[in-house]
Design a protein around this ligand. Structure first.
Ligand code: SF4
Length: 279
C-alpha cells in the first residue's frame, strides 16, 4: 500500500510585516557590531568540530579545548582514527563528552568515507553527517564557506518569537520565515546578532528597558499591557523570575520614545558591560 504523502510544513505568518522585520533588525544590529561566531577556527573542519563541541557548552570553553585538539587531530582523517576513550578525555570539559566523542568520530569517518576527507560545502551533504543538523550546517556554510545561511538556535527562537518577527517553535519554520524577509547577504549577520541579543539583552529574563527595539516588540507591549508577572509565567520563566519581571514591566512602562541618537547611546551603554559578562 502506498504511504500517505507527508503533510507540507505550514509556515505561519509572524505578526510583523517583512518591512517591519527589516527595520527591527536594522535596530538590533546597532548594539552588536561584533556579531560573529565566538568559536576560533582556521578551516571548515575546525569550525565543524568546534560547533559540535559547543552544544550545551560555551564558546570560551570550546576555545580552551580546541588548540590542543586540533594539534592532535589536524584533519578529518586523523580524527576518524581517534580512540573514543582518549578523545573523551580531550573534550571532557565541554560536557556531554561521550556523545560528542561519538559524534566527532562518526562525523570524521563519514567525511573520509563519503567526501574524500574534505568537509562538504553543501547543506544536503552536511546534514548527512552524524551530529550535524541544519543549525550546525548553517553555521559552517555561512562562516567557513561564505555561503548564505541562517542558523536558528534557542536564542534566535526566543528573541524572534518575542519580538514578533517569527512565529513558531520549529527552528526550520523560523529559519524559513526569516530567510523570506531578510536579504541572503544578511542571513549570517541576522543569526549572529540575534544570538548575541539573546545572550546579552533578551535573556530568558529579558532586560527590556535596555533593548533597542523595546517600542517595537510584541513581548514588551504585552508586558506594558498585562504586567510582568503573568507574562513571565506564560513564557515559562522560573517562578522566582515573576517578581523581577513585574519590576521590568514597570521599567518598560517608563521607557519613552527612543529616537535614533537615544538608541545609539543605549547601544554603547549596553554593548560593553553585557559583552564582558557573556564572553
Ligand atoms: S523588548 Fe524585551 S522581550 Fe523584546 S526583544 Fe527587547 S529584551 Fe527581548
Amino acid at each position: 500500500m502506498p504511504r500517505p504523502a507527508k503533510a507540507p510544513v505550514v509556515v505561519p505568518a509572524p505578526s510583523k510585516s517583512a518591512g517591519q522585520t527589516r527595520q527591527i533588525m536594522a535596530r538590533v544590529f546597532v548594539p552588536h557590531p561584533d556579531a560573529f561566531t565566538g568559536l576560533n577556527f582556521r578551516s571548515p573542519y575546525e569550525l565543524l568540530v568546534g560547533t559540535i563541541l559547543s552544544a550545551q557548552s560555551t564558546d570560551r570553553r570550546v576555545n580552551e579545548v580546541t588548540p590542543a585538539l586540533f594539534a592532535k587531530y589536524p584533519d578529518a582523517a586523523a580524527l576518524a582514527q581517534a580512540k573514543p576513550a582518549e578523545l573523551e578525555v580531550d573534550i571532557k570539559s565541554t560536557g556531554f563528552f561521550r556523545q560528542k566523542s561519538k559524534a566527532l568520530i562518526g562525523m570524521a569517518t563519514a567525511v573520509v568515507d563519503q567526501f574524500g576527507g574534505e568537509i562538504p560545502g553543501k547543506m544536503e551533504s552536511l546534514v548527512t553527517l552524524p551530529g550535524v543538523g541544519r543549525k550546525t550546517a548553517n553555521v559552517v556554510l555561512s562562516h567557513a564557506f561564505a555561503i548564505p545561511g541562517l542558523a536558528v538556535d534557542r536564542h534566535v527562537l526566543r528573541v524572534t518569537n518575542r519580538i514578533g518577527i517569527a512565529q513558531g517553535a520549529d527552528p526550520e519554520v523560523v529559519e524559513a520565515q526569516l530567510c523570506a524577509v531578510m536579504p541572503p547577504a544578511q542571513w549570517q549577520l541576522t543569526s549572529d546578532t540575534l544570538i548575541l541579543h539573546g545572550r546579552r539583552i533578551c535573556r530568558p529574563f529579558p532586560l527590556c528597558p535596555q533593548c533597542a527595539v523595546v517600542e517595537l516588540c510584541d513581548f514588551a507591549a504585552d508586558l506594558r499591557r498585562k504586567g510582568g508577572r503573568a507574562k513571565a509565567r506564560v513564557e515559562g520563566a522560573p517562578k522566582h523570575a515573576a517578581k523581577k519581571a513585574a519590576k521590568a514591566a514597570k521599567a518598560v512602562k517608563n521607557v519613552g520614545h527612543l529616537g535614533k541618537s537615544a538608541v545609539k547611546k543605549l547601544a554603547k551603554k549596553v554593548a560593553t558591560p553585557a559583552a564582558r559578562r557573556t564572553k
